[in-house]
Structure formats: C-alpha cells, structure tokens
Design a protein around this ligand. Structure first.
Ligand code: ATP
Length: 214
C-alpha cells in the first residue's frame, strides 16, 4: 500500500509530518509520498514558489525512511487537480497496488467541489484523517456506498473505498507559522529546524517593508 499526502505545504510543519508518520505506521505503508501542489484549484496561489515549498519538504523528510517527495504537480501546467495526479500515479505504479489518498477532515468537507471528485475513487481509496470526537455530516449516497468498515478492506482492493481514520492532530497551522514570522517571532518547535533554515536563507514570510519616506 502506498500513501499520498497532498497539500500546499506553505511551509510544511509538524502537524503534517506527525500525522503522515502516524498513518504510515497504522496502515503499514511501504511508502508515503508527499505531493506539494503547484497551483491549488481552491485557494489563492501561495506567494512562495512551488520549487521552494518542495525544497522545504525534501529537507523535512530527508532522514525519514519510507517518506518521499513527489514533484509531479510541479511538472504539470494548469491547476493541480488531484484526480489527474492520481491518474498519473496509477500509470506509474500499475493497477494492483493499493493507493491511499489522505486528506484532512477540513479538506473532506469541501470534497464535492473538487474537479471530477467522484473519479478520485477510480484510482485510489480516500482516507479522511479525523480528530477525536469527529462526527461527519450525513454522507451523500455516492460516498455511503463506498464506506469501508475496516482498514483491512483497503488492502484487498486497489481503490474505491472511503475510510475515516482518527489521528492525533496537533494544533499547528501554516497560517499561524506565516503570521509568527511576519511579526518577527520565532517558529521553532512547530516545524523542523531544517525547514526554518531554508525560510531564513530565502527570507520567506517576512513582513513587507514599510518605507517611511525619509
Ligand atoms: P494553511 O494554514 O496555509 O491553510 P495547512 O497546513 O492547513 O495550511 P495544507 O498545507 O494545504 O494546509 O495542508 C495539507 C493537508 O494537511 C490537509 O489535508 C490538511 O487537512 C492537513 N493538515 C494541516 N494541518 C494539519 C495539522 N495540524 N494536523 C493534521 N493535519 C493537518
């Protein structure tokens, strides 16, 4: 089984990394691929170029066995639609291997707005990472029919199921990290030092300079 974890990663932080490791171990994944999004279809384009967001991810997971960073969305023109990413992963990996697409409960709430969202299930299982106490809304018929009751079902079939997995969500967000940096605060312990080193090197997320005119 191979896990796919997409996001803008602007920047990557321990909220992403800890949950990614947790699901990798829970589902005994051979590989977990982190896929930075070049041009998010549903939100503003990040100011930090995708190549630098990718570089931060690579620094973050350089020493973590089984983790890799996949640059396919950077090499594709147009909006980074997940369904096209999964299609291209299938072409690379073949029909047999189980693919698990991990998304947060916040992303899942907007799933019906994703481009060709129903076709995601042609290529992968969708695993929603939930916080303790999560009670999803009533699911539309299409999703209800796809719910797996056990994680074992995801192993027996290569794609097509929806599954909810509770994870330990840390209260860290990239927005908060960008805000800390913009006011000159230290974001240490929210994200790896190797990522902070790159933020410093490229002078990312700094407050805009206000010219006083003298
Ligand atoms: P922003 O604050 O810019 O919205 P983000 O970290 O929430 O950033 P992404 O980088 O796009 O956004 O997140 C990628 C994936 O990681 C999403 O599926 C999101 O639900 C999940 N995620 C983000 N933060 C956490 C966290 N603290 N714990 C668990 N999962 C997270």
């Amino acid at each position: 089984m191979i896990g796919i974890y997409g996001g803008t990663f602007n920047p990557v932080h321990y909220g992403h990394l800890r949950t990614a490791l947790e699901v990798k171990e829970l589902f005994e994944l051979e590989q977990l691929r982190l896929i930075p999004c070049r041009l998010p279809p549903h939100r503003d384009e990040p100011e930090v170029p995708a190549e630098i967001r990718l570089q931060m991810l690579e620094a973050a997971v350089a020493d973590t066995p089984g983790f890799s960073v996949d640059r396919r969305e950077l090499d594709r023109a147009g909006p980074s639609y997940m369904v096209e990413t999964l299609q291209s992963l299938r072409e690379e990996l073949g029909r047999e291997v189980s693919l698990l697409l991990f998304i947060g409960a916040d992303a899942f709430a907007g799933l019906a707005g994703w481009y060709q969202w129903q076709h995601l299930f042609d290529y992968a299982h969708v695993v929603v990472m939930t916080r303790p106490g999560f009670s999803g809304q009533a699911l539309p018929e299409f999703l209800q029919q796809r719910c797996a009751r056990t994680g074992e079902q995801l192993r027996r079939q290569a794609a097509g199921y929806l599954y909810f997995q509770e994870v330990t969500a840390l209260a860290i967000s990239a927005t908060e990290i960008r805000q800390l940096l913009a006011v000159g605060h230290n974001p240490q312990f929210l994200l790896p030092d190797s990522v902070i080193a790159l933020i410093r090197r490229y002078q990312l997320y700094q407050a805009p300079i206000h010219y006083t005119g003298n």
